[in-house]
Design a protein around this ligand. Structure first.
Ligand code: NAI
Length: 297
C-alpha cells in the first residue's frame, strides 16, 4: 500500500526549517499541495526571515506545488486569511500540521512570567488559532487530518522547560478532545512527540548522532498520522526511525471505605499498582471506572 497525498491540500506551520520543512517536502513529494507557513523566527521566537520562501522554492524545484505564508500562528486573523488563501487557490484544506514552536528555557525559579506566556502563546494558542481556522472547513468537507506537536518534555518533564512542558502537554489534551469532537465528520486528530537534530536541539545532541536523528527520520510517523489511514487520538513518539506509542494510563485504584489522608498513605502501594491498568478513551470513561470500583468490580 502506497500512502499518497495526491489531491490533498496541507498546511504545515513552522515549515521553514527543521521538522516542518521535512514534513512539507515529503507531503509535496507524495502529491500534496502545501502551504509552507513560517515566521522565520529565531529559536526564541524573535526576528523574521524568508525561511518559508526558501522551502517553497525547494518544493517547486523538485516538481511539487507550494505557497508560502510568512505570518505568525499567534495571529488568529492571519491564520483565517491563510486558510482562505489556500482554499481559494486549491479548493480546500485537508491536512494541518501544527509544528511551529519556540523555546525560552530557564528553571522555573528564574523564569519571567512573560516568557511563560509567550511560549504557551506560540505552541498552544498558536495551534488552536490554526486549528480553529481549518476546523469548520474540515467538518464541512467530512474530511480532515490534524497533527499536534507535543514533546517528551510535555509528556514526561524536563528540567528548565516548565513553560514549554505546560504548552506541550496542553496540546496532547487538546488533540484528545478534538479527536472525540471530530470523529463524526471524519476529522482525525493525533499528536506527535518528535526527537530530532534541529537548531532547537543542536546543543544537546552529540555530533555523532546528528545524522541518525535527521528530521527526515521523523517524517514517516508524522505523515502516517495525517494520512487517510490515520487513527485518531493517538500519541506517537518518533525519532531516528524509531516509532513509539505513548498512553495516559489509569491504575485500577482502590475504593477506600474511610477516605482520609492517612488511608491514602496506607493504601499507596495498591493505589499506584499498575496491575490491570487501563487507558480510558475519554474523560467519561475514567468516571465509569470510579463507579465500577464503588460497585466492587
Ligand atoms: P525549528 O526551530 O527548526 O522549527 C520551528 C519553526 O517554527 C522555525 O522555523 C520557526 O521560525 C517557526 N516559528 C516560530 N514561531 C513561529 C510563529 N509564531 N509562527 C510561525 N512559525 C513560527 O525546530 P524543530 O525542532 O524543527 O521544531 C519543530 C516542532 O517540534 C516544535 O513545535 C518543537 O517544539 C517540536 N519538538 C522538537 C523536538 C526536537 O527534538 N527537535 C523535540 C520535541 C518537540
Amino acid at each position: 500500500m502506497t500512502i499518497s497525498f495526491e489531491g490533498r491540500v496541507a498546511i504545515v506551520t513552522g515549515a521553514g526549517g527543521g521538522l516542518g520543512r521535512a514534513y512539507a517536502l515529503e507531503l509535496a513529494r507524495r502529491g500534496a499541495k502545501v502551504v509552507v507557513n513560517d515566521l522565520g523566527a529565531a529559536c526564541d521566537g524573535t526576528g523574521h526571515s524568508d525561511a518559508a520562501l526558501n522551502v517553497v522554492a525547494e518544493i517547486e524545484a523538485a516538481g511539487g506545488t507550494a505557497m508560502s505564508d510568512g505570518g505568525s500562528v499567534t495571529d488568529a486573523d492571519h491564520m483565517v486569511a491563510m486558510v482562505e488563501k489556500a482554499k481559494a487557490a486549491w479548493g480546500g484544506v485537508h491536512i494541518l500540521i501544527n509544528n511551529a514552536g519556540i523555546l525560552r528555557d530557564k528553571s522555573f525559579a528564574k523564569m519571567e512570567m512573560a516568557d511563560f506566556r509567550t511560549v504557551v502563546d506560540v505552541h498552544l494558542i498558536g495551534s488552536a488559532n490554526a486549528t480553529k481556522a481549518v476546523w469548520e472547513t474540515m467538518r464541512e468537507q467530512n474530511y480532515g487530518r490534524i497533527l499536534m506537536t507535543s514533546s517528551s518534555t510535555g509528556l514526561y518533564g524536563n528540567f528548565g522547560q516548565a513553560n514549554y512542558a505546560a504548552a506541550k502537554l496542553g496540546l496532547a489534551g487538546f488533540a484528545r478532545t478534538l479527536a472525540l469532537e471530530g470523529q463524526r465528520n471524519n476529522v482525525h486528530v493525533n499528536t506527535i512527540a518528535p526527537t530530532a537534530a534541529t537548531r532547537m536541539t543542536q546543543d544537546i545532541f552529540p555530533p555523532e548522532l546528528l545524522e541518525r536523528f535527521r528530521p527526515e527520520t521523523v517524517a514517516p510517523a508524522a505523515l502516517f498520522l495525517v494520512s487517510e489511514e490515520a487513527p485518531t487520538g493517538a500519541i506517537l513518539g518518533a525519532g531516528a526511525g524509531v516509532v513509539q506509542a505513548a498512553y495516559i494510563t489509569l491504575t485500577r485504584g482502590v475504593a477506600l471505605d474511610d477516605a482520609t489522608p492517612e488511608s491514602v498513605a496506607a493504601q499507596w502501594e495498591a493505589i499506584t499498582s499498575r496491575d490491570r491498568e487501563t487507558v480510558p478513551q475519554s474523560g467519561a470513561e475514567q468516571a465509569m471506572t470510579i463507579l465500577q470500583r464503588l460497585q466492587g468490580n
